[in-house]
Design a protein around this ligand. Structure first.
Ligand SMILES: [Zn+2]
Length: 387
């Protein structure tokens, strides 16, 4: 790969003909159309928070460097931004009046409102630009390694870069587009940030059963995302048809896996709703996130619910009661060991070697109170398991 340093380009030149598409958050141009500011492997614009974008402008006004910018040469006199998209987009948006900065008197100032000399100062700033030419793979490899400044790319953003092509472009238009009207509905079940590719990542995770890079590699040159979209919609439709309730604890569950495991079972949504309500109001249920899988699995695996355990005071009292009785009768203080006929039959365990268990399981209506508590040795407590 060949790298050439260019220190003659001014902000004014680079932002000539700057286009920002608010709707898509992409497809921006500069250098009078010769520069693609947001090629497909770049992430969406995320500096528009009134802090990072303003900081870029303040740096220009104070004459501070804003760091190295990398272009790749994609043709005769044609460039793409490899690194620096966020900074240049911030500058372009400021010059076109998209956001103000606050001046030393605390007044909001848009570019047009700045004093002439300050406008000039920004426009005449020369940026430090490396122009790189090389093969696609060289450039992408390099893009990975320079990804150090600013907000680091996350894993999915890197994958979008590595597997850039028609498939990623279409997939981003669907799953990384904050203007997509479905995002609201999807957010009930998916957590994270659309712009940081969290929804795309989830969709890919589901359809690929967790093998995202393999899937992206195989579909890289596809000109449609039908399978990805269909699978994703099937999962979403399935969740909303089984669960009438939309609970905050549903967000971010591995619905793809749950779908694979349970979507061939039949559920009565009203019955499911009643179970959800009952479990949400059951004091003994500690883990509300586990409720959905617990119900899907036929209300068997109580481990998912992390049923409330006995507190230390109750354990202490029950331990002492059992131990006193055991010593008197020359048997183990673990009632299950006492029933056996091996070496442990008369063993007296220390408190820390035992754990509390429900006599009548929670799932059979047993409460978490002292009358329903028994202390078992660690081995028996584990093997009993069913709380
Ligand atoms: Zn035991």
């Amino acid at each position: 790969m060949i790298t050439e340093l260019n220190i003659d380009l001014t902000v004014e030149k680079i932002c000539e003909g700057f286009v920002y598409n608010e709707y898509e958050g992409k497809g921006l141009f500069g250098l009078a159309g010769k520069l693609v500011i947001q090629p497909e492997y770049q992430r969406n614009y995320i500096y528009a928070d009134g802090k990072k974008d303003v900081a870029v402008i303040q740096s220009l006004l104070k004459g501070y460097p804003i760091g190295l910018i990398y272009f790749t040469k994609i043709g005769e006199n044609k460039f793409e931004i490899l690194d620096g998209q966020q900074r240049i987009t911030s500058i372009g948006r400021f010059l076109t009046g998209k956001f103000p900065i606050v001046d030393e008197n605390g007044m909001q100032q848009y570019f047009r409102g700045l004093a002439e000399n300050l406008q000039r100062k920004i426009l005449d700033t020369k940026l430090t630009i490396y122009e790189c030419s090389g093969t696609e793979s060289e450039i992408k490899e390099w893009f990975r390694t320079i990804n150090i400044a600013g907000v680091p790319l996350n894993e999915q953003e890197l994958m979008n870069a590595i597997f850039s092509g028609p498939f990623v472009t279409l997939a981003k238009a669907e799953f990384s587009n904050s203007q997509n009207a479905n995002i609201q509905k999807w957010s009930a079940y998916i957590s994270g940030d659309v712009k940081r590719q969290d929804f795309l990542r989830t969709a890919l995770m589901w359809v690929s059963r967790g093998n995202i890079d393999d899937y992206m590699g195989r579909h890289r040159y596809d000109t449609n995302i039908t399978e990805l979209k269909t699978y994703f919609n099937s999962v979403i439709d399935w969740i909303s048809s089984v669960f009438i309730d939309v609970k905050p604890q549903m967000r971010g569950l591995n619905w793809g896996e749950l779908y694979e495991k349970y979507h061939t079972n039949a559920y009565d949504p009203n019955e499911v709703h009643e179970k959800v309500t009952a479990l949400y109001t059951d004091f003994a249920v500690n883990n509300h996130k586990g409720i959905f899988e617990y119900i899907l699995g036929g209300c068997v695996d109580t481990k998912l619910l992390e049923i409330r355990i006995f507190d230390d005071r109750i354990k202490q009292i029950v331990y002492e009661r059992q131990t006193e009785h055991a010593i008197k009768n020359h048997v183990s203080n673990c009632p299950l060991c006492a029933l056996g006929n091996d070496n442990n039959q008369q063993r007296i365990y220390k408190l820390k070697e035992m754990d509390a268990d429900h006599v009548t399981a929670w799932s059979k209506g047993g409460a978490t109170d002292i009358n329903n508590c028994t202390m078992l040795c660690a081995t028996h407590n584990r093997s009993k398991g069913n709380k």
